[in-house]
Design a protein around this ligand. Structure first.
Ligand SMILES: Cc1ncc(COP(=O)(O)O)c(C=O)c1O
Length: 445
């Protein structure tokens, strides 16, 4: 199929340079396993699991079959005041995988909705306990929590925020970014050990400034994904947990990228041994094939929300929040089949095993190449950072992305970074192809 068979006048592409796209379109028409087929009949390796989604690889029959069967059984049912069997089963499976007493799953349809949902739960929870004054959120520089106004406000990627001015939530502050380009530009399958305590800033500046008693929640990605795979210092998340506990502040982990196997464990929370009060998920929960997101809350949060309504009549709704498609039966059928498949094929373990293969290949092939200023690998994801072209931020990485695409590899350009996060089924030879193609493109850039 030639792309000029398609009318391309009507789709406004998300997070994409639209004006240049039509001159050199990148259109997929099929996918299987690790590969896409393009509109012009070429094979392209999916080096990014289609943005951290397709952990089990493309076109997995058990998931496809589950979806088809669900469509023929219960296509859709409203989620308000009634529910469906698949939503309960998916919630049970997710709660069983989530650490500790993270047992109550609020479904939504995306990572952005999960961010806003978790922030609303935080506010409602504090109010239910008589602490409605806790309404400040702390995010982190270069964090990404989607594109809703809540997630954007706690997010810290400047380009995503800069045009929204005072429409962003007013009572928000941000932790410092977790990257040290001088001492820890190169992170090789390990947590960096910093001499400096990055969280002193939270204790000594942010909490006193706002009064800790006014803060509802801290929300962070355990590993900063969208910014370009930036890894926290050793002990950082544990210490963040301790500080939040000390001051009655909720801790939200946005595991939209790290959830369901990326670090070789079910969640980053397991990898780091730190349990949040809420855990946001999306993407890989359905292997990307059907939109589904959610927030897993602790029993304590749920009970506080129910308890606050102890004197309310039983017909009263406890939390005025939800989406038309919360717990969509087809999405939940996809999630059940995906989580079964992850378990049957031991795919989290496989991600854990292949992670060092990817990290080693990246460091071996890219270290010392022109314009390479950092390489970071942890779990089954790795990034290389390039020096920017003066006056043209992101251009060098974009050129490398395009070059890789034309040589059959989909890599993600994020700022000055190029990131790989392949499906967990990736083979060593495919990693070698991906990294080799990236190295050649960097040399040409
Ligand atoms: C950590 C994190 N949170 C939230 C989101 C937003 O998810 P969505 O694009 O499904 O709204 C993303 C997307 O990449 C993400 O990486």
């Amino acid at each position: 199929m030639a792309y000029n068979d398609l009318r391309m006048d009507n789709q406004w592409l998300p997070f994409t340079p639209n004006r240049s796209f039509a001159k050199d379109p990148r259109i997929f028409v099929a996918a299987d396993g690790m590969h896409f087929t393009t509109h012009d009949g070429r094979q392209v390796i999916d080096g990014i699991s289609s943005l951290w989604c397709v952990g089990a690889g493309h076109n997995r029959k058990p998931i496809n079959e589950a979806i088809k069967k669900q469509l023929d059984t219960l296509d859709y049912a409203t989620a308000f005041s009634v529910s469906n069997d698949k939503a309960f089963r998916a919630a049970e499976m997710i709660a069983a995988m989530a650490p500790g007493d993270l047992n109550k799953v609020l479904f939504c349809n995306s990572g952005s909705e999960a961010a806003d949902t978790s922030m609303k739960v935080a506010l409602a929870y504090h109010r239910a306990r008589g602490e409605g004054h806790r309404n400040i959120f702390i995010g982190r520089e270069r964090g990404y929590h989607g594109v809703g106004f809540g997630g954007m406000s706690v997010g810290g990627i400047p380009a995503n925020r800069k045009v929204y001015g005072t429409s962003l939530l007013p009572r928000v502050d941000h932790l410092r970014f977790i990257h040290d380009p001088v001492n820890h530009a190169y992170i090789h399958n390990a947590e960096p050990v910093w001499n400096e305590d990055l969280l002193l800033e939270l204790e000594n500046r942010i909490l006193p400034l706002h009064d800790a008693g006014n803060i509802a929640a801290v929300i962070v990605e355990p590993v900063a994904g969208s910014a370009g795979w930036y890894v926290p210092p050793q002990g950082y998340l544990k210490r963040l947990r301790e500080i939040c506990d000390k001051h009655g502040i909720l801790l939200i982990f946005d595991e939209v990228i790290t959830g369901f196997g990326r670090l070789g464990t079910a969640f980053a929370s397991d990898y780091y041994g730190v349990q949040p009060d809420m855990l946001n998920f999306a993407k890989a929960v359905t292997n990307g094939v059907f939109p589904l997101g959610g927030v897993v809350c602790t029993d304590r949060i749920y009970e506080a929300m129910m308890g606050a309504h102890g004197n309310a009549p039983e017909h009263a709704i406890e939390f005025f929040h939800g989406y038309t498609y919360s717990g969509h039966p087809v999405a939940c059928a996809a999630a059940i089949a995906t989580l079964d498949l992850f378990r049957e094929e031991d795919l989290f373990q496989r991600a854990g095993d292949m992670g060092p293969v990817l990290g080693d290949a990246m460091h071996a092939a890219l270290m010392g190449l022109p314009n390479v200023v950092g390489i970071r690998s942890l779990g089954l994801a790795a990034a290389v950072e390039l020096a920017p072209i003066a006056g043209l931020p992101g251009k060098r990485a974009f050129d490398v992305f395009m070059d890789c695409y034309h040589h059959g590899v989909l890599v993600r350009n994020a700022g000055e970074n190029l990131v790989f996060a392949p499906p967990y089924i990736v083979e060593k030879s495919q990693i070698e192809t991906m990294v080799g193609t990236l190295a050649d493109a960097i040399k040409r850039a």
